[in-house]
Design a protein around this ligand. Structure first.
Ligand code: DHE
Length: 498
């Protein structure tokens, strides 16, 4: 209690919110140059340390930022400044990094080229794996806790190798079609290519200052990176991650937009991007389109999140501020249906299966504890079920009659529901580690085992028998987030994300 009297919020409460003067701002800039710029870059776009711009800090509350500046960050090179700086100075630095600079920083194709690092030129590493394992049943597990990833054997559930990644990976890593390489994206725009056979990074490039996600073309030749900062899409040559083209995302009038997400659409031989600030969906064919010309499809609303039907003929998109989802016929190039989807459906985490002879889509909801089931022939919601709280990830597999969905938010975050795909009812609720978030399931190649994350620094991947729901094994890990099975991802299983 006594200690808290000395801390910033009380100081603010007693004196009132400080009025920033030009001198204060200049002093804070000076502090930043002296203590922070060396690692985070003079323009805050990041260097050895991560970028410190509002877009890059969206997952970190200001209170936590103040804590990190004062006391450092474990398992990184971020030192503690509480001995060097006053509480007020630390608070002013936190204010600075959550304020957009007067001029948005640029990141040009030359910056991208300059950032490229080639550790092993193409063809210089052996083609034979350095270990014995079924290469189709490997997993990459991302461990957010200390910015690492584990290569896991999906038959024995033994880790093969653990390695450091870039800071704050986000979104699913994407495999090359043969499963030998995996591509990671970090929120700071770093794209890394990792050789799973040799357990080495082969190339890295910084494609942007703030990235949403990346997708890899069906033929494996290109990667595309969708960005918030700058407002663009960057196409890379997957051989060494050289930039091939930067596509500025703007409409005909020159209004620019952030990219919500970009995915590959295998049967269409194209990439498809949803935009956050323009009412357009973009399709970029990569076959017979050397200039990567964009096909623009007008839609009724901005799209924050979207999903495809298994044929990739329809896109189902949702805006976080609307009660409706939109169905876009990708061949006709127009919106054809509206889906009644209230709350904040997490379509990106939706999955599909056949129910009573019809394809259905099931999606959790980030705001409400419910799962919606949508008939993909009529685009009507055929059922909603209540869950113990809003969920983030839903997963299944062709060989299991069950779908697993987490309760990511709220007091029941330690629960995981299992839904029978034949009845659309919850048949079991697991609580693998009381008090700790249970999240994100991915199946083995044959669908016999389900791997679940205990999303905690003192966490684990828990392996379950997917039929009996019995726990088989607990593999200790540091805040494991997503896990990605080579076969399920490269064959575009209907039970997982693509
Ligand atoms: Fe994600 C995937 C968007 C916050 C963990 N997340 C995705 C994808 C999108 C997305 C568009 C699909 C990209 C892909 O896989 O190629 N995520 C968003 C948001 O808009 C949101 C709500 C806010 C934000 O700040 O970006 C958000 N996401 C989070 C988190 O807070 C999570 C839980 C922790 C983190 O890493 O920051 C998180 N998102 C994930 C994971 C995936 C993901 C683990 C990949 C899931 C998969 O199985 O493919």
């Amino acid at each position: 209690m006594y200690k808290s009297l000395l801390t910033f919020p009380l100081w603010v409460a007693l004196l009132g919110a400080p009025v920033a003067s030009a001198t204060d701002a200049a002093n804070t800039e000076g502090l930043f140059k002296e203590h922070c710029a060396g690692c985070h870059g003079t323009t805050r776009t990041g260097a050895m340390g991560p970028a410190l711009l509002p877009e890059n800090l969206s997952r970190l509350r200001k209170k936590e930022a103040i804590e990190v500046i004062g006391h450092g960050r474990a398992a990184t090179q971020m030192p503690a400044f509480s001995e060097k700086l006053t509480t007020a100075q630390i608070a002013s630095l936190a204010d600075l990094i959550y304020t957009a600079p007067p001029v948005s920083p640029a990141w040009t194709i030359d910056d991208i080229r300059t950032s490229q690092v080639i550790y092993h030129p193409e063809g210089s590493l052996p083609d034979k794996p350095k270990y014995q394992a079924d290469l189709q049943n490997l997993f990459i597990v991302v461990e957010l806790g200390d910015h690492s990833a584990t290569l896991l054997n999906g038959d024995t559930f033994e880790p093969i190798h653990r390695f450091k990644t870039r800071f704050a990976l986000h979104g699913g890593p994407k495999y090359s079609p043969d499963g030998r390489y995996v591509y990671f994206a970090s929120r700071d725009g770093w794209i890394s290519k990792y050789d799973i056979y040799n357990m080495e990074f082969v190339a890295e490039v910084r494609a942007a200052i703030n990235t949403r996600n990346l997708a890899v073309s069906y033929d494996g030749k290109y990667a595309i990176v969708g960005n918030y900062l700058p407002h663009n899409l960057v196409i890379l040559d997957t051989r060494d991650l050289s930039p091939v083209k930067v596509i500025n995302v703007e409409d005909e009038a020159g209004t620019s937009s952030r990219v919500s997400a970009v995915y590959t659409a295998p049967p269409r031989q194209s990439f498809i991007a949803a935009l956050k600030d323009l009412k357009e969906v973009w399709e970029i064919p990569y076959d017979n389109n050397p200039e990567f010309k964009v096909r623009r499809i007008k839609v009724d609303d901005y799209l924050d999140d979207f999903f495809f039907d298994p044929s990739y003929k329809h896109l189902i998109g949702a805006s976080r501020d609307s009660d409706d989802g939109q169905v876009v016929d990708m061949d006709a190039g127009k919106k054809t249906h509206t889906v009644d989807l209230a709350g904040m459906p997490h379509l990106g985490s939706g999955i599909t299966w056949e129910y009573q002879g019809k394809p259905i889509l099931a999606t959790p909801n980030l705001k409400e504890g419910q799962i919606s089931f949508i008939d993909m022939t009529t685009w009507k919601v055929i059922k909603r079920i209540e869950t113990k709280g809003p969920g983030f990830f839903m997963r299944s597999h062709e060989n299991t009659p069950y779908a697993w969905v987490d309760v990511f938010f709220g007091p029941n975050k330690d629960l995981m529901h299992i839904i029978d795909k034949r009845t659309l009812e919850i048949v079991k609720t697991l609580q693998p580690a009381p008090g700790k978030t249970a999240a994100h399931v991915e199946f083995t190649q044959d669908g016999k085992y389900a791997l679940m994350s205990i999303w905690d620094m003192d966490g684990a991947v828990v392996v379950y028998d997917a039929n009996t729901f019995e726990e088989i094994k607990r593999i200790p890990m540091k805040k494991p987030s997503g896990k990605y099975n080579v076969f399920n991802k490269t064959t575009y299983s209907r039970g997982t994300s693509h």
